[in-house]
Design a binder for this molecule. Structure first.
Ligand SMILES: [Zn+2]
Length: 219
């Protein structure tokens, strides 16, 4: 566990040696971690950061998986609806086009950005950041893209979209025959892979690797 720092003595310490708890704001001296170790806040028990094995390789594998799932998740049917003899197969993309064609261009734009545009941009940022660390090129661009990625995180709302789809399925189930499509399976898989990626791609190690403090983030 890291040592808490006396607030009166903080000004003497270099900023790089300090870490603050996200949950309770306790200021601590940054501990050096060995592989597989975690640093926890001594006051509230929050995990400050962990030093994981093969962060770059594992994250790259997950980013590539997510990018492969992205296309079927957005362009294969999420569900098939049979109502009074009419049958329709809806994809995320056809939902955006449908909103646009019914005069709701603004809503179509927001749905497109939050469910397709920003999630793709996030994945591309993560891919380029990881490749810049892996191949040791363009670290400055990597830093810039990783900053952009942290801003984009708040705007990608796949889980909100998924909730919308699930609510629609439950509400419509009594009125129409609904068949869940392969697109929904890919969409849920994409969501799970992204959550896993968030866990594996430890920001602490990525920032360190990008700023050149730790050339062995991939170890
Ligand atoms: Zn804390």
């Amino acid at each position: 566990m890291p040592d808490p720092v006396d607030p009166s003595g903080v000004s003497d310490l270099p900023l790089d040696d300090l870490v603050a708890c996200h949950e309770c704001d306790l200021l601590m001296r940054k501990p050096q971690l060995a592989h597989g170790e975690k640093a926890q806040c001594p006051r509230c028990g929050y995990e400050l950061y962990a030093h994981r094995h093969n962060v770059v390789e594992r994250s790259l594998a997950l980013v590539v998986t997510a990018l492969l799932l992205y296309v079927p998740a957005n362009f294969l049917p999420i569900m098939q609806l049979n109502l009074l003899g009419h049958s329709s197969r809806d994809t995320v993309w056809s939902g955006v086009v449908g909103l646009f064609n019914t005069g709701m261009q603004g809503v179509a734009g927001v749905v497109f950005l939050c469910s397709m545009g920003i999630p793709l941009l996030k994945l591309i940022c993560q891919l380029v950041v990881l490749l810049s660390i892996r191949w040791n090129i363009g670290r400055n661009y990597g830093l810039l893209l990783y900053r952009i990625y942290h801003h984009l995180r708040d705007w990608g709302m796949l889980e909100v979209y998924l909730m919308g789809v699930l609510v629609a399925i439950v509400k419509l189930a009594d009125m129409a025959a609904i068949t869940v499509g392969l697109g929904l399976v890919c969409f849920i898989s994409l969501l799970l892979v992204q959550v896993w990626l968030e866990v594996v791609m430890s920001p602490h190690q990525i920032w360190q690797a990008l700023s050149g403090e730790d050339a062995h983030a991939g170890d």
